[in-house]
Design a protein around this ligand. Structure first.
Ligand SMILES: [Zn+2]
Length: 219
């Protein structure tokens, strides 16, 4: 073999080796597609307490979570990126049409996972903590719920347990594996003020992203 051929061959081998390193460096979620669904928007602000609207915080955390997931190499889509709903103009049943369109978007995306992001509220002001809900339409949903809840319990010091949801219009229709995350209670004054801060929102986003990493590593 000529010196030239040996040189070319060694360059090729080094090239393949480097390509593998670059590929491995693309992040733990490289090749994964995740659809984020920030709840409410438009005419429906969701839970509202002391001027704090659920729709706004859902979206703010969704953007932070998108950043976290993209930094790990995932492709991320959002069902909404502003204060609007997805129902068509003149719709007579806005809420239902909005949720239907969200389900169609997610089902047609070819994504590996979806997450609906919401905030909780109840008549008792003492309830706090993030909680994951799943529908059993898909066998993977309960597995994802378990992993995410465990991660949220660790990172946010909550004692809540994941739970099955049986009456969710949206969750019955989405075939892609996914869950609903109620990220905290707006009805609790302390949690409400935390949920408004950048730091706490980032903590939630990082925790969910970590949970997603654990899930994809396992399944
Ligand atoms: Zn909600």
């Amino acid at each position: 073999m000529s010196k030239y051929k040996i040189l070319m061959l060694s360059m090729l081998i080094v090239g393949i080796f480097l390509f593998d390193i670059v590929k491995a460096d693309n992040g733990s979620l490289y090749g994964k597609c995740i659809y984020l669904d920030p709840g409410h928007g438009g005419l429906d602000p969701g839970a509202t307490y002391a001027g704090v609207k659920e729709e706004d915080i859902n979206l703010e955390i969704a953007f932070k979570l998108k950043g976290e997931l993209e930094s790990k190499g995932a492709v991320v889509y959002l069902t909404r990126e502003g204060d609007y709903d997805l129902a068509p103009k003149g719709s007579k049943q806005r809420k239902r049409d909005d949720l239907y369109r969200r389900s169609v978007l997610i089902n047609n995306s070819g994504c590996d996972m979806y997450l609906s992001l919401h905030l909780n509220a109840t008549t008792s002001t003492s309830w706090t903590g993030a909680q994951v809900f799943y529908d059993d339409i898909n066998d993977m949903n309960i597995k994802l719920a378990e992993i995410l809840q465990k991660q949220l319990r660790t990172d946010l010091k909550t004692t809540r347990k994941y739970k099955e949801v049986t009456n969710g219009y949206l969750y019955k229709r989405v075939k892609v594996p996914g869950v609903l995350v109620e990220m905290g209670f707006l009805s609790n004054p302390g949690e409400r003020s935390r949920l408004k801060t950048d730091n706490y929102q980032r903590l939630i986003a990082k925790s969910i992203a970590k949970g997603i990493e654990v899930y994809f590593k396992k399944y």
